[in-house]
Design a protein around this ligand. Sequence first.
Ligand code: GLA
Ligand code: ZN
Length: 660
Amino acid sequence: MAMEKIWFGGDYNPDQWDEKTVLEDMRLFKKAHINLVTLPVFSWAKLEPREGEYDFGWLDKLMDLFAQNGLGVNLATPTVAQPAWMSAKYPEVLPVDIAGRRRNHGMRVMFCYNSPVYRERAAAIAGALAKRYAGHPALKLWHVANEYGTYCYCPICRSKFILWLKNRYGTLEKLNERWYTSFWGRTLTDWEEINLPSELNDDYRFNPTIQLDYMRFVTDSTADCFTNEYDAIRRFSDKPIQTNMSGYIKKLDQFVMAARMDVVGWDNYPSPLHDKSLVALKHDIMRGLKGGQSFLLAEQSPNQQNWQPYNRLKRPGEVRMLTYQALAHGADSCLFFQLRQSRAGQEKFHGAVVGVSGREDTRVFKEMTQLGAELEKLSPVLPGMRSKADVGMLFDWNNWWALENSSGPNRDIDYLDCVNQYYRAFYEKNIAVDVLSCKSSFEGYRVIVLPMLYMFRGDLKDRLEAYVKGGGTLIATAMSGLVDENDQLPAQDYPAYLRDVLGLRIEETDALLKDRENAIELDGKEYSCRLVCDVVHTEGAKTLGRFTGEFYAGSPAVTLNEYGRGRAYYVASQPEQALLSHLIDGLGLKPVLDYTGEMEITRRENGERIVFFALNHGKSDAEVRLGGGEFTNLLTGERVRGEATVKPNDVGVFTARKED
Ligand code: GLA
Ligand code: ZN
C-alpha cells in the first residue's frame, strides 16, 4: 500500500476554531504546500454527543472544504478520548491503575482496552465514519486512536488474562512449571487464584515471569483493540489503516502492533540531549517492524514541545534536517503535531506551523513552507522505496522487558542504550543496518549483531548456528543467550543458547558499581568498560582481548570463534565506543558511499531508481563520492557526476536510474 505522494501536514483541530479561521487556514496551508490533515483525533464527544446519536454535519463540511482545497485527510477515529457520558454511564470503560485505583474521567488514553462497552462503541463510531467517508475524495489514510499505551488492572482485564494464560499454557501444571512457582511457594491450585502483577501484591520487584506475560497480554489486548476498529473500517474502506505509535516505545511490543497495521506510523520527539544516532536507530526500528517497508512519520514538532523539561526551540534548519533524516531512513511523510496552535490547555505552548497570532511571516512558517516546496520535488520518486543493509541487528521487546525486569546483575542495565551503542558504531561509519526481529530471516546479511539478547525464543538458537555455519559473522555481547521465553535459565553453563557458536562458557558475571570501570586490552590498546564483566573460559574460541583489572585480570574479554564457515565474536562487557569501532573495522564492511566530513548517508531504492541521502551534520563543507553514472540532485535539479559537495546543515538528495 504505497503512499501516492510524500504526505506533508499533520494534526489539525478545527473544532477549536471559528469558520473564519478555518478558511484562513486553507489559504495558509496551500501556501505552505501542505497536502494532508489529520483529524478529528480527540473529537468523540462532538461526534457522538449522546450514545448512538452521531453529529457528522460539521465534519462533512470540513471534508468537503478540504477536498475543494486539494487537501487529503488522514481520517482519525476519535477513540482515544471517550466522551464524559460514556465514562459516567459505563464506569467499567475507565482503567484501574497499577496501585489498584479505578481512575475517573478527565484524561485522554484513559480507557480499558479490554472493556466490551468501549470496544463496542469504538467499533461503532469507526464503522460509521468509514461508511460515511469511504468514498469521499479527501480520504487518503486512516489513523486509529492515538498513541496507545495504557496498562489496565481491572477485573475485566484479570478474567481476560486468565483466559489468555489458559490458551497459552493449557494446564495449570504447565503454568506452574513455566512460571516456576515452586520458588517462594507461589504454587497455583486454581486458575481463579491468579492475580495481576500490580502493587497490590508485589510493590518492589514484580515476579519477572508473571510480569513478562502480563506485558505480552497487554500488547495482545491493545493490538486486538486496534483490530476491533481496523475491521470496522475495512468493511467500508480500502485505504491504508495505521495508528501513530508513541516515541516512548517500551510498553507495547511494536512488532505485534505493526503486524496488524497496513503501514507503520510513529511520532518522533527527540530530546535535545540525544545523539543523532538514537533518532536514526528509532527510524530503523520502525522500518524493521514490517520487514523493511517504508513508514509514516506521523508526528514531529515544527518547533519546540511543551512537555519536555526544557523546551528548547528547534534551531533554524533543524526541523528540515530531522525530516530528511526520517526520509533517509524510510519515512514517506512529514506530519506535524500540530498545524495550528491551541489557545489553551496542556499544549498551548507546543510548537505549531501556524501560531495563535495566525502570522505567515514567522521563522517557523517560512521554514515549513520551504520544506513543503522541497518535498514536492521528492514526491514523485521516493514513496515506497526500500533500503538494503549488510548488517542485521536483532531487536526484541520481550527481551527488553525481561532483561530490565530482571533483579540483578546490575540495575543500570539499559537495553536501548546497549543497542544504540552498537548501532552507533555502524552509524558513525555510515554502514547501513537493518533492525530485525527474532523471527526475521538472516539471509543476505554479512553480519548479525545481538546486543544484550538475553532471551532466546523459538528456534533462534538453531537459526543462528546455521547462519554462522553457512559463513555469516555474529557479534554477541554480555547478557546474551541466557534465558528462555519464560525467563528461565537452563541447568547448563552460561550462556546456554550461545555457548556452542561462541565456543566459550561463562562461569560468573561481575557487576560494576555506577561510575566504576574496568579495562580491556585489545590489539595493543586499552579500552575502558563498565556495567558487567563476564568471567569467561574459552572452549575453542580465540582470545582477542583481555580484562586488565580485578581478580579476573588476564581472562578473555573479547573472543572470536571459527564456527563452520563463519565467525562468532563475543564482547564480555560494555566497552567504550572506540573498542566497537575498532572491532567493526576488522569486518570488511563498506559505507553506503565514500565521503569526507561528518555526514549521514543512506540509500533507498526501487526497481527503477536509486536515491542517496547525504546529510551534512558537520560545521564545514563535506564531499560524497557518488561513483559512476549521472545523478540528479532532486533539491537543486543539478546534474552531478562523481563527487558532490554538501554544505553544513544541508542535505543532498541524489537520484539515478538503475542500469538495466
Ligand atoms: C503526542 C500526541 C499528540 C500531542 C503531541 C505533543 O505525540 O500524539 O496528540 O500531544 O504528543 O508533542
Ligand atoms: Zn481493564
